[in-house]
Ligand binder design. Structure first.
Ligand SMILES: *Cc1c(COP(=O)(O)O)cnc(C)c1O
Length: 418
C-alpha cells in the first residue's frame, strides 16, 4: 500500500502531480510520500504491539535528515552502521538511548563516538571487536552496553548479496561459539551484557526463515538465563521484504510468526526494519531522452541511470516502471530501459513490456525508496538527483541536486613537474 496513484491519467504522489514536480525540480528526481512512510511505520509498530518492543529503523535504507526526523517523531530509534550514520540521526533529533550500532567493522573512533553519545547498545560481531569495545570503554571509564549478534546459520532464500544469516557470511558469531562468547564477555568488567541480536538478510518474502531464526535465538536466550545471564533485549534484525514482484507476508503475519517463539522470554524486542518502511514510499522519476531501435532491441534511453539507482544491476532487482501520464491506445512494446552511463549494467529494466514510451515522457521507477538514493554516486561525473518529500499537496525539497561544484570541491588541481 502506498500513496502513488493515478487521478485520471496522471500519476500523483499524494495530492501532488508528479509532472508538476518534474517541471519545477527537473529529472531525475526521487519523490517520497510522507503519508506512506508514516503508514508503514504505524502498521509495523502495531504488528509488534503484542510485545514490549522498540523499532530501530535501519537508516542505511534511506537516511535523509528529514526522513529520519519523521520516523524519530513517531518514536522510532535507529540502527546505525557507521559514525556518519550516528551523527546523521543525532542531527535529526534521535534519542541516543534508542540507537543500536551494527556492523562487522566498527573502528575505534566510531566506538568512542558511540560511547560518548551514550547509545543503547553495540551489536558485536566478533571476538576482537568485543575486546576493542572493552578497551575503548576502559579508557573512557564507562561501561559499554553490548549485545552479541549471532549468525543462526540458515538460508533466507533471498539474493546472495543480501543474505547475511548463513554461516559462510561475514556477519555474526557462529552458533556453536555463542556461549563461549558470552562467558568471555561476562569476564570483561567494562562491558554490560544487555542483549542478543540477529539479522538474517534482506528482502525476505516468507515467514519460515524468521521462525527458524526466532526459535534458535529463543533457545539461546533461555540457556543464557539458566546460566545466570539475564538479557534485557532481543534484537530480531530487519529483512522483511516488499512487493517488487513477489508478494511478501504483511507485517502482521511477519510479527505473529517471529514473536511466537519469543513468548515468555522476558526481554524487550528490538526490530530493525529498513526496506519495509521506506521501499515503496519512494519513486525515481526520469524522463525519456531517446527511443533507440536496433535490429534486435528497443532501448528507452532515460536521463536517470545506475548512479541514481543501482539495484537492478547489483541485485538483479525488479522495479515496476509506470508512465507518469497514461496514454490510451498505445500498443505495448518490449524494451530495455537504460541510462546514459557508459556501462552495460546501466539499466532499470530489461525486456520489459510497456506501453511504448516516447521521447520527452516521464517514467516512474517504482519502489525506489530503499537502497536507492543512499547508494547513488557521482559516477560519470553525474550530479546526484534531488530528493523531494511530498506531504498532501505540499512539496518539500529535502535534498537539492548536486551542483558541479559539489562534484569537484574536495579535489585539488596540483602543480605537476613536466
Ligand atoms: C540492513 C540491515 C537491516 C535492515 O534490513 P532491511 O532488509 O532493509 O529491513 C537491519 N539490521 C541490520 C543489522 C542490517 O544490516
Amino acid at each position: 500500500m502506498h500513496h502513488f496513484a493515478y487521478r485520471g491519467n496522471e500519476l500523483y504522489a499524494e495530492d501532488a502531480a508528479i509532472k508538476d514536480i518534474a517541471a519545477h525540480i527537473g529529472t531525475p528526481v526521487y519523490i517520497y510520500s510522507a503519508a506512506t512512510l508514516r503508514r508503514h511505520f504505524r502498521v509495523f509498530d502495531e504488528a509488534l504491539s503484542g510485545a514490549d518492543h522498540l523499532i530501530c529503523y535501519a537508516m542505511k535504507a534511506l537516511s535523509n535528515l528529514s526522513i529520519l526526523k519523521l520516523f524519530g517523531a513517531m518514536g522510532s530509534g535507529f540502527d546505525i552502521v557507521s559514525a556518519g550514520e550516528l551523527m546523521r540521526c543525532l542531527r535529526a533529533g534521535a534519542e541516543a538511548k534508542k540507537i543500536v550500532f551494527s556492523g562487522v567493522g566498527k573502528s575505534e573512533e566510531e566506538i568512542a563516538a558511540a560511547l560518548d553519545a551514550g547509545i543503547l547498545m553495540f551489536n558485536v560481531e566478533s571476538r576482537p571487536e568485543l575486546y576493542r569495545i572493552a578497551e575503548v570503554a576502559r579508557r573512557k571509564k564507562v561501561k559499554a552496553p553490548v549485545s552479541l549478534r549471532v549468525n543462526p546459520d540458515l538460508d533466507p532464500g533471498t539474493h546472495p548479496h543480501i543474505s547475511t544469516g548463513h554461516r559462510t557470511s561475514k556477519f555474526g558469531i557462529p552458533l556453536a561459539q555463542v556461549f563461549e562468547y558470552y562467558a568471555q564477555a561476562r569476564s570483561l568488567p567494562e562491558l554490560e551484557l544487555v542483549g542478543l541480536s540477529t539479522h538474517i538478510g534482506s528482502q525476505i518474502t516468507e515467514t519460515g526463515p524468521f521462525i527458524e531464526a526466532g526459535e534458535k535465538v529463543a533457545s539461546i536466550v533461555r540457556q543464557l538465563k539458566s546460566d545466570g545471564i539475564a538479557l534485557r533485549y532481543l534484537d530480531i534484525g530487519g529483512g522483511l521484504g516488499i512487493p517488487y514482484l513477489e508478494e511478501p507476508p504483511p507485517p502482521s503475519e511477519y510479527a505473529a510468526a517471529i514473536l511466537k517463539p519469543l513468548k515468555g522470554l522476558g526481554v524487550k524486542i528490538i526490530a530493525e526494519p529498513g526496506r519495509v518502511l521506506v521501499g515503496n514510499a519512494g519513486i525515481l522519476v526520469t524522463r525519456v531522452l531517446y527511443v533507440k531501435e536496433t535490429d534486435v532491441k528497443r532501448f528507452i534511453v532515460v536521463d536517470g541511470a545506475m548512479n541514481d539507482l543501482i539495484r537492478p544491476v547489483l541485485y538483479e532487482a525488479y522495479h515496476a516502471i509506470w508512465p507518469v501520464r497514461k496514454e490510451s491506445g498505445r500498443k505495448p512494446v518490449i524494451a530495455d530501459v537504460v541510462g546514459p552511463v557508459c556501462e552495460s549494467g546501466d539499466f532499470f529494466a530489461q525486456d520489459r513490456e510497456m506501453p511504448d514510451p516516447q521521447a520527452g515522457e516521464l517514467l516512474a521507477v517504482m519502489s525506489a525508496g530503499a537502497y536507492g538514493f543512499v547508494m547513488a554516486s557521482n559516477y560519470n561525473s553525474r550530479a546526484r538527483a534531488p530528493e523531494v518529500l511530498v506531504e498532501g499537496s505540499r512539496v518539500h525539497v529535502i535534498r537539492e541536486r548536486d551542483r558541479f561544484e559539489d562534484l569537484i570541491n574536495r579535489e585539488k588541481l596540483v602543480e605537476l613537474g613536466s
